[in-house]
Design a protein around this ligand. Structure first.
Ligand SMILES: [Zn+2]
Length: 409
């Protein structure tokens, strides 16, 4: 059995203890003590970190804390072989990482406050909670929670923070539990630890909590998501909420500076910029289409006659989409065959197309030409696309295809 010091004083950061057991867990030395202020991962609250000082046997970082068989095991950042001088009965001094613990206390007390608020105001019960390294969540038994409800809950939570309600923990025998207006029935039996936010919330909980609701600090609801008929609300309390405010404030100031404006103008300006971008894109598309039409006419003027058809052979410095559009423009002309190549993006692409009144099969022509150079591709009689050959052999590819057209005419 390990006496859990955090049950009676969640603010105790240092303690003396005696080693009860030395064992291995996950390949790491694990130490059980007669008493400990280290919180083991449980009830959704993550474990503490810190150090154990064994005197002459050294100081070790505690990298995980787990509960088992009534004991609390401290996993040490040490090789699996511990120094010989370390043994059961050794004296040890423990120190927990207070910033981390206090952060968990702020999130956990904040969660009790929010869960009670959602239950009282909207009859949304908390189904499960999770305290993450950066954000915490609570899953509400509610198919939807609207923005106004979130705003109301957040404002009410912060009002309760200002009210500085005392938060206490005490043990009640399960036979006397009817006297305690618990928010949820307990998951344990026998002696039950109750965490009370003075007259407001009563929870069966083994976690660590702040002394008054004032210490929870700012409460901020970040977002909500629907999950299998429930709603997951992500929240931040205390220093996390402050840090989030600072970060977002900085980002908004930076964005406002980009627009040389005040932060209040940012949404309007961003919206206007997006509209301008859309307009400009439309204009660029129009100009690109016109330019491709000119290019098509230029290429047609230089086309070579083969039989009844005229054949355009060209390497064009255009992205693949534009090459396809150009091929479409050319195949709309009577008796026209287009053999186009592009090295856009450092990759060879060949697009072969012909008008409906021309005869050669473009898919077969491209497959044969690419095959001669070790590439691959093909397509329909009127349109084909392929690649896979070195960029510097694109011209050769077009010449092979051109020779085949001549030979077949
Ligand atoms: Zn709790």
């Amino acid at each position: 059995m390990t006496e859990r010091l955090y049950y009676t004083d969640s603010y105790q950061t240092e303690f003396d203890a005696t080693v009860r057991e030395l064992t291995l867990r996950d390949g790491r030395p694990a130490v059980a003590l007669d008493r400990s202020a280290f919180y083991p991962t449980s009830g959704g609250q993550p474990n503490d970190l810190g150090t154990l000082d064994f005197g002459a046997a050294g100081i070790y970082a505690v990298i995980d804390v787990v509960a088992g068989d009534g004991a609390v095991y401290h996993l040490l950042d040490a090789p699996s072989e511990l120094p010989l001088e370390l043994q059961a009965g050794s004296r040890v001094q423990g120190v927990i990482d207070w910033l981390r613990r206090y952060d968990h206390m702020q999130q956990h007390s904040g969660q009790h406050l929010l869960s009670q608020l959602f239950a009282r105001r909207f009859e949304f019960e908390t189904v499960s909670v999770h305290f993450g390294a950066e954000e915490s969540t609570l899953d509400l038994d509610a198919a939807t929670v609207d923005a106004a409800q979130l705003e109301e809950a957040e404002a009410a939570a912060n009002d309760l923070v200002y009210a500085a309600l005392p938060i206490t923990a005490y043990v009640v025998d399960e036979r006397d539990l009817a006297r305690v207006p618990l928010r949820r029935p307990p998951a344990v039996s026998g002696q039950i630890r109750i965490v009370e936010i003075a007259g407001f919330d009563y929870s069966a909980c083994g976690g660590t909590h702040v002394h008054t609701s004032a210490e929870i600090g700012p409460v901020k609801l970040i977002r909500q998501e629907r999950r299998r008929g429930q709603t997951r609300v992500t929240f931040l309390c205390g220093r996390r909420a402050l840090a989030d405010y600072s970060r977002k404030h900085r980002l908004l100031i930076q964005t406002a500076a980009l627009y040389s404006t005040d932060v209040s103008q940012v949404p309007d300006l961003v919206e206007r910029s997006l509209e301008q971008v859309k307009e400009l894109q439309h204009r660029v598309d129009e100009l690109t289409t016109r330019r491709l039409a000119y290019t098509a006419q230029e290429l047609l003027a230089a086309a070579q006659p083969i039989g009844e058809d005229r054949v355009v052979t060209a390497l064009v410095a255009l992205p693949v989409d534009a090459v396809k559009t150009l091929a479409n423009l050319l195949q709309a002309e009577p008796h026209t065959i287009a053999l186009l190549g592009s090295a856009a993006g450092g990759k060879a692409t060949a697009v072969f197309a012909r008008s409906a009144d021309a005869a050669p099969h473009m898919g077969n022509l491209l497959r044969a030409a690419l095959g001669a150079l070790g590439g691959g591709g093909g397509g329909r009689p009127e349109f084909a696309q392929g690649g896979g050959v070195p960029v510097e052999r694109l011209d050769e590819l077009l010449q092979i295809a051109l020779r085949q057209l001549r030979a077949a005419s």
